[in-house]
Ligand binder design. Sequence first.
Ligand code: SF4
Length: 365
Amino acid sequence: MNPLGLYLHIPFCLRKCPYCDFYSLPASPDAMDTYTEALKASILDWGKRLKRPADTCYFGGGTPSLLGARRIAGILMAVREAFGLEKAEVTVEVNPATVEQKDLATLRQCGVNRLSIGLQSGVEEELGSLGRLHSVEQAIHTVAWARQAGFDNLSLDLMIATPNQTVESLTRSIEFCASLNPEHISAYLLKLEPDTDFGRHPPSGIPDEEMERELYLTACERLEQKGLLQYEISNFALPGRESRHNLKYWNGEEYLGLGPSAHSFLDGRRFYFPRDLAAFLEGIGPKEDGSGGDFEEYAMLHLRLTEGIRERHVQERFGYSIPDPMWDTARRLAKGGLIHLLPDGFTLTREGMLVSNAVIAALLD
Ligand code: SF4
């Protein structure tokens, strides 16, 4: 059996960002201690049940860095006991507003080898409009401390299509990111999620569709000029520094998610823990979310990757070819510039990536 990916959700934030719909609550030291113990117990319990190694471990949130290095180190000890973590990629999401130099040194010493830093923008006004609590200077310090601590695998988050963003301000952000020499960048388009402050009261200056397109294409081109190659709709990396953990999602590999709102895909079934911290602390188990791993799901996830879908992979995995109707649709969409045809498969073009949901839905229709 292949090793699992392990996702650990840390459901605490200093303050809710107005665009964010991830599950998180205000933190207190007691609440974080209680959660840490519950999460460790859950990790050990699932480890005994599954008896499988994991080769990626991702602390996401919420704000994992808010938990502090001591609690994260304790959780990692439980993870090693339960899932081995041999030669694993171990990532912690870090908010520059909630981290100190000594925390990063401790994280590195306890085996964390990758940080995903919530930078979002290199322009102070844009950080303000996103309600972020950190400054550009704090981001610079965080990266410098991480390098001093020995981290050689850093990912920066960058947000595209933020209020009043222009091609010029985005370019400044990208130049700023590049000056920090990250190994990886995740560049997500801002979406107005219904259950957020931005969703309820959209801020002024949100770029329209045409501007969003221009910003996205600018980001893709500029990042690639910096040597950060696009490997997924929103992800760019130096060669060999792609996120091993996130690739498991897009490649349809198995993963276990623990903590409120965390999702899993194991043994052909999907399940998730509800967005309810109290329920998780009470030990209430995950809810079923149906079966997974069929061809439609594989195509939907794999088309997010610049690799696209290929006959050889589909044959190996499902024992049949890419269905003819899908090929027909791909040829039609290629004429409109949304699909790039290859001899053995097809990929989304960047124009196709901008409307990926509609393109993938058409291919699967
Ligand atoms: S964006 Fe990050 S820091 Fe802000 S509320 Fe969401 S999880 Fe918390």
